[in-house]
Design a protein around this ligand. Structure first.
Ligand code: SAM
Length: 260
């Protein structure tokens, strides 16, 4: 069941890649001029990546992957979308930055990458696309070196409870939709069906503990990486609803280490 749902998302993300690539919010032009696309939260919390082997899960067309490379990491990016990986490889040629890209479902990564990493990273809009977080945690653990760490910064699953009527924190979905505005280009209606899952914070943390990773921190933030609706405002690089910073978390981050 779930892999075919992921394959539907592969088609939808093939559709969405160029919408995002051509949208000013993704800042492809600025990236090619030398800008780093990473945000202050992950820059601070991941820390020094120089000389580290870094695996970026769900990298889309790789702007953040390349940004880690610019900071000295040896990077590999993975994404389910064929078009995203094509775009990432074109950017690799255009920018001259070293990176390896693998087109794969995260849950199907076993055997496709035969090395282990110091750091596994994923950010902003990732866990909601993964149907089985038990399998995901095993993939993460299997690709970490002993002593290496996993880091995620993503949208907090509780936020939707405050923003949509009758939304249950505990209803895992899957949520299927099409003909809805894209999160980035709000004038673009997504044509292919997308399938998302609602994972609670516990659903995300417990599988990592179950595969033996040691949680070093979980942080919560009321700033948001993108505007949920057109009336949100931007301050210091983060987005907020019209009333100001909300009294519930918009995002969380987590760091978990594989023991030596
Ligand atoms: C919202 S983007 C997040 C990436 C990054 N924050 C960005 O904005 O470029 C979600 C990415 O997850 C990828 N994705 C969705 N399901 C996936 C899966 N099962 N395995 C690997 N990648 C997947 C999509 O193709 C897309 O590039």
């Amino acid at each position: 069941m779930s892999l075919s749902e992921h394959e539907k998302n592969r088609t939808a993300w093939n559709e969405m890649t160029d919408v995002h690539f051509n949208h000013p919010n993704y800042k492809v032009k600025e990236f090619l001029e030398g800008n780093n696309t990473l945000k202050s939260i992950e820059l601070e919390e991941v820390g020094d990546v120089k000389g580290k082997h870094l695996l970026h899960l769900q990298c889309q067309f790789g702007l953040d992957t390349f940004s880690w490379a610019r900071m000295g990491a040896v990077v590999t990016g993975v994404d389910i979308s064929d078009r995203s990986i094509e775009r990432a490889n074109s950017l690799k040629e255009e920018s001259g930055l070293p990176a390896t890209f693998v087109r794969s479902d995260v849950l199907d990564l076993a055997g496709k990458i035969d090395r282990k990493f110091d750091i596994i990273f994923q950010s902003y809009g990732t866990h909601c696309w993964i149907s089985d977080l038990g399998k995901w945690a095993k993939i993460v653990s299997d690709h970490l070196k002993p002593g290496g760490f996993f880091y995620i910064v993503d949208f907090h699953p509780i936020a939707t409870v405050f923003e949509e009527e009758n939304f249950s924190y505990f209803n895992k979905g899957p949520y299927r939709y099409r003909d809805e505005p894209d999160y980035c280009d709000k004038d673009y209606m997504i044509q292919n069906e997308m399938v998302e899952w609602q994972h609670t914070l516990a659903d995300i943390i417990n599988p990592l503990i179950a595969v033996g990773l040691q949680i070093e921190f979980v942080h919560e933030f009321n700033e948001c990486a993108y505007p949920k609706t057109k009336d949100w405002y931007k301050k210091d690089g983060w987005y907020y609803p019209p009333g100001g910073p909300p009294n519930y978390p918009q995002m969380f981050s987590l760091k978990a280490r594989r023991p030596e």
